[in-house]
Design a protein around this ligand. Structure first.
Ligand code: 13P
Ligand code: SF4
Length: 302
């Protein structure tokens, strides 16, 4: 990638000067994932690293709620997001006031928030979860009913794996809600032996026609350990590029649904971010402390 090389060199040099780390989500493009990221992973893995990192600066290769989570967990570090417009349809679907209204409607029922939410929402809830620990978190509360926000599909997929009753919000991921069982069954018919693995932000009827469902990290593990001959990752499309580079011999069949928010993060913007130390994620310290309780409670659940 000759076009990328000068950016990669400049970013890696500046990272050293600034004692910065780049935490990149599995949906970042290959040049970010392979050439400048210090750590790659799913939301839970990135949160754990943000909490423990010794760096002075975190540059988030991901969307705004992920950068906020890093800041919540590392309030003394400078956390930079290379494009502050990198949002998320799930995070945008619910406000702190919406959570307060839910709590008034269902008094005493604990609220679990998917990490794909704003700091303001995290500050209002009892505990956070990610796609890799959602069932465990719901069951850790020891109650028979929980409210789960904001992803109605993740909530429905979790509800099928637990006896706990789940009251869901109506949000959805604009990438995963687009997959349909019909489309996937057509791929299965056209590609004998195809394995389908889905992210739990997909509708349950999509998960039903797949062979496995799990977080982005769990999906990567599945491909790395089982080495299917042919696989379709029912998730954001850049991930197949990243996994394909690490699993030669596996044939990736792909419908390409891209997350427009994740794709706002580019090498030039990462470089600009490190040169000018922008955009810095700032969260009111009192709000951040309340949000931290919910994220730390999640991290403490083993
Ligand atoms: P995970 O990487 O935690 O599975 O989350 C997926 C996602 O949608 C991030 O935007
Ligand atoms: Fe949000 Fe979906 Fe994009 Fe993930 S893929 S950041 S859940 S819109």
């Amino acid at each position: 990638w000759p076009f990328h090389a000068p950016y990669v060199k400049a970013i890696n040099e500046l990272k050293k000067q600034r004692n910065a780390v780049i935490l990149a989500h599995n949906y970042q493009t290959p040049e970010i994932y392979n050439c400048v990221a210090d750590v790659v992973g799913d939301s839970l893995q990135l949160a754990r690293v943000a909490e423990q990192s010794e760096a002075d600066v975190i540059v988030q290769g991901g969307v705004h709620f992920m950068a906020e989570t890093s800041k919540i967990l590392s309030p003394d570090k400078t956390v930079l997001i290379p494009d502050r417009e990198a949002g998320c349809s799930l995070a945008a679907s619910i406000t702190g006031e919406d959570v307060r209204a839910l709590k008034r409607k269902y008094p005493g029922v604990p609220v679990v928030a998917y990490v794909n939410t704003s700091a303001e929402v995290k500050a209002e809830v009892d505990i956070c979860c990610t796609s890799s620990n959602a069932v465990k978190i719901v069951e850790s509360l020891g109650v028979d009913t929980v409210i789960m926000v904001p992803d109605r599909f993740l909530a429905a997929n979790v509800a099928r794996q637990t006896k706990v009753k789940i009251i869901a919000w109506h949000g959805a991921c604009e990438v995963h809600e687009r997959f349909t069982p019909e489309e996937l069954l057509a791929y299965r018919e056209a590609e004998p032996g195809l394995e389908l693995i889905a992210h739990p932000e997909c509708p349950p009827e999509v998960v039903d026609v797949c062979d496995f469902s799990g977080s982005t990290a769990a999906m990567i593990d599945y491909v790395k350990t089982r080495r299917p001959q042919k696989v379709l990752l029912v998730t954001e499309c850049s991930m197949a590029d990243n996994v394909a580079a690490e699993t030669p011999g596996v044939n990736f069949i792909r419908p390409c649904n891209l997350c427009p928010h994740m794709k706002r993060i580019t090498l030039p913007k990462i470089l600009d971010s490190l040169v000018h130390m922008r955009d810095e994620v700032v969260i009111d310290p009192t709000l951040a402390a309340r949000a931290r309780r919910s994220v730390e409670r999640m991290i403490a659940v083993k």
